[in-house]
Design a protein around this ligand. Structure first.
Ligand SMILES: N[C@@H](CCC(=O)N[C@@H](CS)C(=O)NCC(=O)O)C(=O)O
Length: 209
């Protein structure tokens, strides 16, 4: 087996990294990427990551020629062009823009949930701002409601860029907001997630217990 030609800056708890890992599983490219484990947050950055991505965020993917790709959307797009199977991001036409917009809404859930995590975990209690957190949570709920009302059939038809994004977002809510009870409010999404979370790519990339 050839040695990996790319390096992914990785943390098992990052949902953005998880999207990349799921795509690598789904497209049979796992052996092309070495994982470099990092720990980081806005208040405790990683020098190794900063040197690759000035934004100080993961995922970042270093290619064989030393160039670095970020963020997760760019990495997914790149990796989807490196395999011979059906693309997980439609190449053109209305399907491309629709699937990317669904994926972007899933990322918006993640952005808000990660900010809530930082606010509730990193920020000193006397500096926390409840209204701000509520505003972030409201973004999550609106996005989930839209998936529930308008996108279940689309998600169910193909485990692609959109479905990977939503599945990783729901997995992150279970990980960081176990009390949120989203399944009760979004039962169709819950049924869909019960099925897709059994995929080997999702099982192999679960966040730490
Ligand atoms: N838009 C970025 C978001 C990545 C992101 O927020 N990653 C988090 C880990 S889940 C991070 O690196 N946080 C460190 C920081 O914000 O300083 C992407 O899609 O890759």
């Amino acid at each position: 087996m050839p040695s990996p030609s790319m390096t992914l800056f990785h943390s098992p708890s990052s949902p953005f990294v998880r999207k990349v890992m799921v795509l690598l599983h789904e497209t049979g490219q796992l052996d092309r990427v070495a994982l470099e484990q990092v720990q980081l947050s806005p208040t405790s950055p990683s020098e190794a990551v900063n040197a690759q991505n000035p934004a100080g965020k993961i995922p970042a993917l270093r290619l064989a020629d030393g160039s670095v790709l970020h963020d997760s959307r760019v990495i997914l797009d790149y990796l989807d062009q490196q395999h011979v199977g059906d693309p997980l991001i439609p190449l053109q036409g209305p399907a491309r823009w629709r699937r990317l917009s669904l994926a972007s809404l899933a990322d918006a859930i993640l952005d808000a949930a990660v900010l809530i995590r930082y606010e509730s975990f990193l920020r000193p209690p006397d500096k926390r701002w409840e209204l701000w957190q509520e505003g972030q949570q409201a973004k999550i709920e609106r996005a989930l409601q839209q998936f529930e009302n308008e996108a279940i059939a689309e998600l169910a038809c193909h485990f692609d860029i959109a479905a990977i994004g939503v599945a990783c977002a729901l997995g992150y809510l279970d990980f960081r907001q176990p009390e949120s009870n989203w399944r009760q409010r979004y039962p169709q999404l819950a049924d869909w997630y019960a099925e897709v979370s059994q995929r080997p790519s999702m099982q192999a990339t679960q966040p730490p217990a």
